[in-house]
Design a protein around this ligand. Sequence first.
Ligand code: HEM
Ligand SMILES: *[C@@H]1O[C@H](CO)[C@@H](O)[C@H](O)[C@H]1NC(C)=O
Length: 312
Amino acid sequence: MAPRFNFLLHAFLSLALATTSFSLSPKFYDNVCPQALPAIKKVVEAAVHREPRMGASLLRLHFHDCFVNGCEGSLLLDSSSAFETEKNGRGNFNSVRGFEVVDQIKAVVDRVCGRPMVSCADILAVVARDSVVVLGGPTWKVRLGRRDSTTASRALADSVLPSASMDLPALISNFKNQGLNKRDLVALSGGHTIGLSQCVIFRNMIYNATNIDPVFAKERRATCSRTGGNTNLAPFDPTPARFDTAYFKNLVKERGLLTSDQALFNDGSTDKLVETYNKNPNAFWVDFGKSMIKMGNIKPLTRNQVQIRNVN
Ligand code: HEM
Ligand SMILES: *[C@@H]1O[C@H](CO)[C@@H](O)[C@H](O)[C@H]1NC(C)=O
């Protein structure tokens, strides 16, 4: 083949590959397994009914999956000879939970579909949305068709997950690295309208911070002493099992539980947005859904790189 023709052919093939590159769709399982999504929803509803906190824990799993090398189910993999599990990573270890529920859902979905068809990454994305809905929050159309990674990285989990001690510039840059902007940061931090945190995580905030309501700090110190009770839990806002705007109301009153929460309302560039979400639940709901879709799009892997994982 003449070199020139070869070059053109190559260019054509690259273009064809790029334009047929994999994209996610809400209808991905509609024809191949229409029972999948209703089955997932049922298990989530039962799990959250049993323990309301589970909704929060499940939402967080999708976030921690997506931030570490894209939404590809790596968080669910246990250690092997090839890698150490992300579950041991900073931000995950002794903190993320809900894996039994995900395993249960995977088994149910494989059964109703007749074979392993729905990826673990997709399950996490659907479960996150269903959890928010069960707890009274907004809904959105989850884009589907992710494939599961065969590998995981504890080191990457250590380095990319945002930490509770981050200030606003650090949070903005952490989200920017994932292709997420300031609006995504504030909207998605609203995920803390549900769930709980451990004393060891927020101790420094309630004993040392100056941007905290002293009455609130005193309240929290009652169940989180200077030295003991590391695993004692406290809610991020007064309604930890309701997806509402109380999280933002709290921030405006300097009742943020983590340094990274109050950082969003601390005389900085995100104050205005916090006030908007506090006053306008609908604005928060719309933006939360949009940002969840954006987060769910972080680097989805293409078909040939990956697998549809089986249970264990
Ligand atoms: C902005 C940066 C973020 C930081 C620094 C952060 C940090 C944390 C920390 C430290 C905890 C408590 C862990 C513990 O005490 O064991 C937590 C819990 C939680 N996070 Fe975040 N988070 C962030 C963003 C998000 C996002 C984007 C979401 C989801 C959209 C989310 C959802 C949750 C939920 C629902 C819980 C409670 C989980 C439960 O009760 O089991 N967080 N987060
Ligand atoms: C408060 O800050 C000091 C100085 O950084 C630190 O040594 C101390 O451990 C902090 N106290 C708590 C309860 O976190």
